[in-house]
Design a protein around this ligand. Structure first.
Ligand SMILES: Nc1nc2c(ncn2[C@@H]2O[C@H](COP(=O)(O)OP(=O)(O)OP(=O)(O)O)[C@@H](O)[C@H]2O)c(=O)[nH]1
Ligand SMILES: [Mg+2]
Length: 195
C-alpha cells in the first residue's frame, strides 16, 4: 500500500503538549542512529520531512507526522533514540520519564515500532525497552533497519532471531530500497483496522 501524502504536525517535549487526535498513532522506538527518522522519510518519499543525521541524538522531541495512506490516515511519532551517551544523565532520566508517560497514557497510540539495526546483535537497552513494554502490556512490532547492508539470507535469519527473542511480528526495511515500503504500510493499516 502507498502513502499519498504526509505532513509534519508538531514537536512536543512531553505528552501534555501533544495535541489530542482521533487518528491511530505508532510510536517509533529504538537506539539512536538506528534509522527511525529516515524510516519516515523513506515511507513518505520526502527526504527532509523528518530530521536525520549521521551523528546520533538528532531527534530530541516527540515529533508527530500525519500520514495519509491509500486507505486510512494515521500518525507516526518520531521519538528520541535511547542509548545516546553524549546526553547528560539528568537529561536522559528526564526523557525516560517523558517517554514512559507518553507510551503509557497516549490514548490513540495503538502500537509501538521498535527498530533494530540489521547489522548488529540485539543490544541490552533494546531488551530492557522490550521488557518494559511487555511488563506494561503495550503492543509492539519490530522493524529491522539498514537491510541493504546484509544479504537476503541474513535478513531472513535476523528476522527469525528477533521474532524468537521478542515474540513480535518483525519486518525488514531499508532506506535504499523502496521494495519494503508497501508491506510495512499494509501491515500498519491492517493493525489499525483490526484494532
Ligand atoms: N544504508 C542505510 N542507512 C540508513 C538506513 N536508515 C538510516 N540510515 C542512516 O543512518 C543514520 C541515522 O539515521 P536517523 O534516521 O537519523 O536515525 P534515528 O534513529 O532517527 O536517530 P536519533 O534521532 O538519534 O534517535 C543516517 O545517516 C541515515 O542516512 C538504511 O536503511 N540504510
Ligand atoms: Mg531521529
Amino acid at each position: 500500500m502507498k502513502i499519498k501524502d504526509a505532513k509534519f504536525l508538531i514537536s512536543s517535549p512531553n505528552l501534555k503538549l501533544c495535541p489530542s487526535t482521533n487518528l491511530a498513532e505508532f510510536a517509533l522506538l529504538g537506539r539512536s542512529n538506528v534509522g527511525k527518522s529516515t524510516f519516515i522519510n523513506t515511507l513518505t518519499n520526502r527526504q527532509k520531512l523528518a530530521k536525520t543525521s549521521n551523528t546520533p541524538g538528532k531527534t530530541r522531541l516527540i515529533n508527530l507526522f500525519e500520514i495519509q495512506s491509500e486507505k486510512i490516515p494515521f500518525i507516526l511519532a518520531d521519538l528520541p533514540g535511547y542509548g545516546y551517551a553524549k546526553v547528560s544523565k539528568k537529561e536522559q532520566e528526564s526523557w525516560q520519564r517523558n517517554l514512559e508517560e507518553y507510551l503509557l497514557k497516549r490514548e490513540n497510540l495503538i502500537c509501538s515500532i521498535q527498530f533494530i539495526d540489521a547489522r548488529h546483535d540485539i543490544q541490552k537497552n533494546d531488551i530492557l525497552m522490550q521488557e518494559w513494554l511487555k511488563y506494561n502490556k503495550l503492543p509492539c512490532i519490530n522493524i529491522l533497519t539498514k537491510c541493504d547492508y546484509i544479504s537476503r539470507n541474513e535478513i531472513a535469519k535476523k528476522i527469525a532471531i528477533v521474532e524468537k527473542q521478542f515474540n513480535n511480528k518483525t519486518l525488514a526495511f531499508s532506506s535504499k530500497n523502496r521494495i519494503y515500503c508497501d508491506e510495512v504500510v499494509s501491515y500498519l493499516v491492517n493493525l489499525i483496522q483490526n484494532n
